[in-house]
Write a protein of this length. Structure first.
Length: 127
């Protein structure tokens, strides 16, 4: 039987639907997508794409820490951008939050995200 636990951090936005911030199964943590919501106000951060990317990684980091891990435990990261012209900005922001070896990653251009966000990220972490 697997050991399963719901992960929750008050330093990340509360779930705005029928999902958990993360679910841990044995030593693997499945991180739900984070958009750039300020966890205190539950509103999108201002300042454009770079500020939104920063907030997304802060939110993911808070959930990782609640699971006794860090962003550097992420082995697979999925990025969703409403404008792929911001791809270089994401790479730059990631250098502030991740160190080598970097996670496997996908970057997908999409037309729309919840609450009008410009960026979302989710991933899988192994502790």
């Amino acid at each position: 039987m697997t050991n399963r636990a719901v992960i929750h951090s008050k330093q990340a936005p509360d779930a705005i639907g029928t999902y958990s911030q993360a679910v841990k199964v044995d030593n693997t943590v499945y991180l739900s997508g984070q958009i750039p919501l300020n966890p205190e106000t539950m509103t999108l951060v201002e300042g454009g794409f770079e500020a939104q990317a920063e907030q997304v990684f802060k939110n993911l980091s808070a959930v990782c820490e609640a699971a006794n891990g860090s962003l550097n435990h992420i082995v697979k990261l999925n990025l969703y951008l409403t404008d792929l012209e911001n791809f270089a900005v994401v790479n730059d922001v990631m250098t502030r939050y991740f160190r080598e070896p970097f996670p496997a990653r996908a970057a997908v251009g999409i037309s729309q995200l919840p609450k009008g966000a410009l960026f979302e990220a989710e991933g899988v972490m192994v502790l």
